[in-house]
Design a protein around this ligand. Structure first.
Ligand code: SF4
Length: 370
């Protein structure tokens, strides 16, 4: 039987709770968030004092230990209350790795290799080493399991690794200056405030959060509340960045838009989209609870919606799927209707129904529009 999750049923429905079981446990403070588990895994090296290769080795070694401790925490055999936070932890190793990567940036698949710590050196995202936040608030428009009465504690970073011609957040995604500069300690304060005021989770988004990986990881050193960390992204990270990130994310909210590279290159100006996005969705699916968003584009049912949903059905069987219908022409599309004719209108009802029919045939658990 096909199940559709919606605002009224999602909290009570066993199938949604099962698929988001880790998220619920952390959100209800019955389990510690994964970043807190990273903080009790002791490193045998002082991260700032060893070379990159040695740091990577240590990271790989500690990830094995992390997996064992996390298993114990999941089963109830291990409690973090009995464990001290060491001077140098797996989280510190991750922070140091991210800082080193920033000097030859390969956070995303543009792999610009620029030193973002040097004034004026910018890669494709245009960001230096500072992170800017446009706004942060309790978001009630996210998927029902993420919202509840306290909302999703959403933090909008500026800048993006994509150049979507229809971007609805273009003012912050395409202008990285459109925010205020924050450091890791300020970000931790925002996170604590959101949680104290009832946020169910911390939702890192933008633009895209990828370019801010170093600041986000470092903020987790200073967060002294328990809260599920949510990664809301286009998933254009490198495999190395995913490997650092995957142990601190409790729930993934990735966006899987295109079913082929041609559409991605034309509409979001990114190469190798399908290979990168599918690889990263696989990693996310293997490392946490996941709700995959698919924005249905007009005239892109056969080339994008169908292959994306089929891929999810085959490769991410535990995922919940949000089939998003809210597309409207924005940013560059209204002024270039001939160039972007295919996406120069809203979605038709029959296209949305076709998307649902595909999801039904694949027995996906997805959220319909009422
Ligand atoms: S985050 Fe991506 S686009 Fe920005 S500098 Fe790094 S590799 Fe380049």
């Amino acid at each position: 039987m096909l199940f559709r999750f919606n605002a009224l049923t999602c909290w009570e429905d066993r199938r949604v709770r099962e698929r988001l079981s880790w998220y619920y446990e952390v959100m209800l403070n019955r389990k510690p968030a994964k970043f807190r588990v990273c903080r009790v895994i002791e490193s045998s090296v002082q991260p700032s004092e060893v070379g990159f290769e040695r740091l990577l080795e240590e990271h790989n070694r500690l990830q094995q230990r992390f997996a064992d401790v996390l298993d114990g925490v999941r089963s109830g055999a291990t409690s973090l209350e009995q464990m001290e936070e060491p001077k140098n932890s797996l989280l510190d190793v991750k922070i140091e790795l991210a800082k080193r990567m920033l000097k030859k940036c390969s956070f995303c698949e543009w792999s610009c290799r620029v030193d973002r710590t040097v004034e004026g050196r910018r890669g494709a995202c245009k960001l230096g080493d500072k992170s800017l936040v446009s706004t942060w608030f309790h978001h009630y428009g996210e998927e029902p399991p993420l919202v509840g009465s306290g909302g999703s504690g959403t933090i909008f970073f500026t800048g993006c690794t994509f150049r979507c011609v229809f971007c609805q957040n273009w003012d912050i995604s395409q202008d990285w200056r459109n925010g205020v500069e924050i450091d890791a300690r300020m970000l931790a304060l925002i996170i604590k405030r959101l949680r104290a005021d009832g946020a169910l989770n911390i939702n890192f988004v933008g633009g895209d959060p990828t370019m801010h990986l170093h600041t986000i990881l470092e903020s987790m050193r200073y967060v002294d509340v328990n809260v599920p960390m949510l990664w809301n992204s286009n998933m254009y990270l490198t495999e190395d960045a995913m490997n650092i990130l995957k142990d601190v994310v409790d729930i993934w909210l990735p966006d899987f838009k295109y079913g082929n590279d041609r559409c991605a290159l034309r509409l979001s100006k990114v190469p190798r989209y399908f290979e990168v996005a599918s690889r990263n969705h696989r990693i996310a699916h293997a490392n946490g609870d996941i709700i995959i968003r698919h924005l249905v584009l007009p005239n892109h049912i056969e080339c994008c919606t169908k292959p994306v949903l089929e891929w999810i059905g085959e490769n991410c069987p535990r995922a919940l799927v949000n089939i998003m219908s809210q597309y409207h022409p924005d940013h560059l599309v209204p002024s270039n209707p001939d160039r972007y004719r295919d996406v120069a209108r809203r979605l038709r009802r029959d296209e949305l129904e076709k998307a649902y029919a595909i999801a039904d045939s694949l027995r996906l658990v997805y959220e319909p529009v009422s």
